[in-house]
Design a protein around this ligand. Structure first.
Ligand code: M6R
Length: 365
């Protein structure tokens, strides 16, 4: 059932090119430079009336929402914000009929996300589900939305759901963007980039053995910091979550600019810093932060764009991801960090598919 892999997590990481193909198939319109997401179920006029997008989720789904926030703002010029679902449900959220609320949940059963959906429905928002499990409670209660088609995810640590969530959010933002400021040409270019995601992920997975070897150098650590900026900030959070949940290493994801506001005090000789330094806006600033960490003795593992020698020089170790659109680059980068977390946990002989204290689906609040 694990298809020859040692763990479901590794199997699911390797399934991502196919999962992504299934999530993307038939949903891109290359002529119009847009996407076809019939599940969004709104007329062009309704979509034009959306003034704000509120993305809700927990854990990894929350991190996908954070990437979505950038996508909606940058591609569609729509104010977007992400709220942790439990926070949303208990904070008297200000919601109106012109809000599009997107509930993101792999399982479609997470208690807090479900309660947030009910709250948003009650307040009259336009609520949509972004679920993987067909017929799940959140999918049913939202009534409309987009399925991931990622296939069953067994491992407690979410992998293929995350990358498919991001891909679908990019397609949603593309659709909304085309009704607004995003030109047909820009749309066509982005549609091509989205279409190429499965190959980008394939190329990243080809580095599995290299990443496994690198992981040996980090597996004995007690702490690790993941840093990134802009689109890669959510990837830093996701990388840290993955590492902590399966390897039990204390890992924190930080905005690279936040380091000097406190966490830098924790750096010692050899403290691992995993720096997301792909070639996207803000890279130079992140490299500056990497330099500050090196000066304090940290060991730097950089995720950089293929062939970017300048960035590689700042690092002790490097994982390369293919060059692509900055928003799209969140996906191969996340895959690289999934493999890193997996191998660190394997070396530490952890219960990878069933980490202590965790359940696949958190159905209690
Ligand atoms: O099924 P959901 O997407 O609603 O689950 C949300 C979180 O419980 C989930 O992503 C959790 O954080 C994972 N274990 C992370 O790998």
């Amino acid at each position: 059932e694990k298809g020859g892999f040692e763990h479901f997590m590794l199997k699911e990481i390797h399934e991502q090119p196919d999962s992504l193909r299934n999530a993307i198939r038939g949903r891109l319109d290359f002529n119009l430079g847009s996407s076809v997401l019939s599940g969004m179920g709104t007329s062009a006029r309704d979509l034009a009336e959306i003034q704000r997008v509120v993305l809700l989720g927990c854990g990894t789904s929350l991190h996908a929402g954070l990437v979505g926030e950038y996508a909606f703002e940058d591609l569609a010029d729509i104010h977007a914000e992400v709220q942790q679902a439990a926070e949303f449900r208990y904070r008297n959220p200000l919601i109106s009929r012109s809000d599009l609320v997107v509930a993101i949940s792999q399982s479609g059963e997470t208690a807090d996300t479900l309660a947030a959906v009910r709250e948003a429905n009650q307040k009259g928002a336009f609520v949509m589900g972004l679920c993987n499990v067909v017929g799940s409670t959140i999918a049913r209660e939202t009534g409309r939305g987009v399925y991931l088609h990622a296939g069953p995810e067994i491992s407690v640590a979410s992998t293929k759901a995350f990358t498919c969530q991001v891909a679908v959010l990019l397609m949603m933002a593309l659709k909304l963007g085309r009704g607004r400021r995003f030109s047909r040409d820009e749309g066509m270019r982005l549609a091509q980039e989205i279409d190429a995601i499965p190959q980008l992920v394939e190329r990243t997975i080809e580095q599995n053995d290299r990443i496994a070897a690198l992981a040996e150098r980090y597996a004995a650590s007690e702490h690790a910091f993941f840093i990134g900026r802009g689109y890669l900030f959510p990837v830093a959070l996701e990388g840290a979550l993955k590492l902590k949940e399966i390897s039990y290493i204390h890992a924190e994801g930080y905005h690279a600019a936040e380091l000097k506001h406190g966490p830098i005090a924790l750096l010692e000789e050899g403290t691992p810093i995993i720096a997301l330094a792909n070639d996207i806006p803000g890279k130079d600033k992140t490299l500056g932060n990497v330099e500050e960490c090196r000066a304090r003795g940290a060991r730097i593992l950089g995720v950089v764009t293929e062939g970017d020698k300048e960035a590689a020089e700042f690092m002790d170790d490097v994982i390369e991801v293919p060059a692509c659109h900055p928003l799209v680059s969140t996906i191969p980068s996340a895959v690289a960090l999934q493999l890193f977390a997996y191998h660190v946990a394997r070396i530490r002989a952890c219960e990878i598919d069933q980490p202590r204290n965790l359940a696949k689906s958190v159905t209690v609040e």
